[in-house]
Write a protein that binds this ligand. Structure first.
Ligand code: ZN
Length: 149
């Protein structure tokens, strides 16, 4: 278990240091800001859709290691998925980080499983889910900014 934990730690550190898709997307179809005032995490998610399929997701902003790594893993995981698949993945991820693992299929999560340790730190759940909440808002296409409060 400690080996696994170390591996998970490495994934988070790597994505925090070298975040994937960390750039603006000029002319993006959707652009939504997400803010977690408890921690100060603040990101903008850019989204391009092709019909119902997520063509491209990028993000900019700053925050703690958990929030940045989560945004990075999110952006590389949902690319090419349908809106419905992305929403299902968020539900599974949310269950994982809130410790409700009864419905979680670890195989389905891939690198997202690296955030399982967050469930031991309830205050960090908002950090880990901020980018996902922001993505969901972007997929719904309703608002331009959200806050976790
Ligand atoms: Zn945070």
């Amino acid at each position: 278990m400690s080996d696994l934990r170390e591996l998970y730690q490495q994934v988070i550190l790597d994505h925090n240091r070298n975040p994937r898709n960390f750039k603006e997307l000029p002319g993006a179809m959707r652009k939504v800001e997400g803010f977690n005032p408890l921690c100060g995490d603040h990101y903008t998610v850019f989204l391009n859709l092709d019909g119902d399929v997520i063509r491209e997701v990028t993000f900019t902003g700053s925050g703690c290691a958990i929030s940045k790594a989560s945004a990075s893993v999110m952006s590389s995981t949902v690319k090419g998925k349908s809106t419905e698949e992305a929403n299902q993945l968020f539900d599974t991820f949310h269950s994982l980080v809130t410790g409700d693992t009864s419905t979680v299929d670890a195989g389905e999560l891939g690198r997202l499983a690296a955030f399982s340790g967050v469930s031991e730190f309830p205050a960090r759940v908002k950090c880990a889910t901020l980018a996902w909440h922001t993505l969901r808002t972007a997929l719904e296409g309703e608002q331009e900014s959200i806050t976790t409060e």
